[in-house]
Design a protein around this ligand. Sequence first.
Ligand code: HEC
Length: 192
Amino acid sequence: MKIKTLIALSTLALLAACGDKTTTTPAETSSAPQVMSSSEPDASAVSEPAVQGASEPVSKPVNEDGRGPNSQARKDAFNAMLEEFGLMGKMVKGETPYDAEAFKTAAATFAQKGLVPFEHFAQDGAGLNGEAKDNVWTDAAAFEAEVTKYKTAVQNLSEVAANNTDINKIKPAFGAAAATCKSCHDTFRQEK
Ligand code: HEC
C-alpha cells in the first residue's frame, strides 16, 4: 500500500512537472505583482514569462546530489541498514569477537531494516534517480527477481543466526546474503 502511494505520488509529480513545461502559470503568478505596480503592464507581462519558464528546473532535486525524494529515502534506508550489516560482517571476518546473542539480534533487526530501501523504489524522474540505473524500471521483472533473491537470503540469515551459536555455521548464510547485494548492484546500480 505504501509503495502504491509512492508510485501514485510520483506519477502526480511527473504530471505536474510536464504541466509546468507547457503552461505559463508559474511565470504568470510570479509576474503578477509587477504587473500591478508597473506603469507599463503589457511589456513586463509579455517578456517575463518566457525567461522565467526557461530557467526554472522541471522538478527540484532534494539536495546537491541531484536526487529526488524517493532516491534520498532509499539511500538513507540503505545506509541505516549498514549498521547491522557491518556489525555482522566484522564478526564474520573475525575483526570483532563473535557474540552469538549480538549477532542474532543484528540479524533479526536486519531482516526488518533490510526491507525498507525497497519501499522507496518509485522513480523520481529523469536525472533524479541517484545511482539507480534506468533498468530498475525498464527491466522491472529482473529487478524484482533480485529483490526476491535478496529477501530470501536475508530471511534465511536471520533464521540460521537464531538457531546456531557456531559462527562457522552462520558464515555461509551471511556470505549468501552479501552476494545478493553485489549481484543487484552489478546490474542495477551505477558506479559512483
Ligand atoms: C535488488 C537490488 C539491490 C539489492 C539486493 C541491494 N541493493 Fe544496495 N542499492 C541498490 C540500488 C539501485 C542503489 C542506488 C539507489 C539510489 O541511488 O537511488 C543502492 C544503493 C545502496 C547504498 C547507498 C550508497 C550511497 O550512500 O549512495 C548502500 C549503502 C547499499 N546499496 C548497500 C547494500 C547492501 C549492504 C545490500 C545487501 C545487504 C544491498 N545494498 C542490496 C540496489 C540493491
